[in-house]
Ligand binder design. Sequence first.
Ligand code: PGA
Length: 262
Amino acid sequence: MRTPVIAGNWKMYKTLAESVDFVRELAPRLAPFTNVERVVCPTFVALAAVGAELKRTDHTDIHVGAQSVHWEAQGAFTSQISPTMLQGIAEYVIIGHSECRAYLGETDEQVNKKVKAALKHGLKPIVAVGESLQQNEAGETATFVGGQVRAALVDVSADEMANVIIAYEPIWAIGTGRSADGATANNIIGGTIRATLAELYGSDVAQSVRIQYGGSVKPDNMAEYMSQPDIDGALVGGASLKVNDFVALVEIAAREKGTQGA
Ligand code: PGA
């Protein structure tokens, strides 16, 4: 069975102090939903402090993720953060987010290098893929998204896939208030992404990898996604910045997936 996973991608929001205050309020309210995996992805500068706050308040079942990583362990790469620097601070790392691809020029090849580096250093990648509006309207979604998945996973072994999460985030749905409907998202996730994984790794691996939906996920559309059989959670931007919304998303995932905590 795939444990649903809800990850809050805080992007370039919340200062260090705001991140710590937020998680102090959020963590106890997420605590009851033990069968949904809950992840917060603050900015790099708040990662250690958020982790320390979770430890101090005994909420270590809330996991911490970074929003990117470099592929080298160290080197002359001004501004970059290496996987070894994240060890012990972050458990997850988002790789290939469409904002990094669009604004920072991250390529499929770099995404693959980052995924491999993360895995090598014990970090769990959340690999984001998704098509543009233009590609969607041209009917190219399956080919494009399938290609992104293949490119991200070059030389990643079947065993390593146990530590990989994929997030399907149609670019036109991110931060726009426009979201894919549940059945369409399920179709891409099940019909395209799982089918691609099955070709690469066989059906057991394809059925065991967790695949999230992302893009304007809110409490009022969460049930639509979580009621879909192939969608195992959500990667959430805007709504994860509000305590009540974050709690509602996790509560809905627990209810719809039938995995309410004890
Ligand atoms: P959004 O962002 O929920 O604000 O659309 C999702 C994401 O970028 O991961």
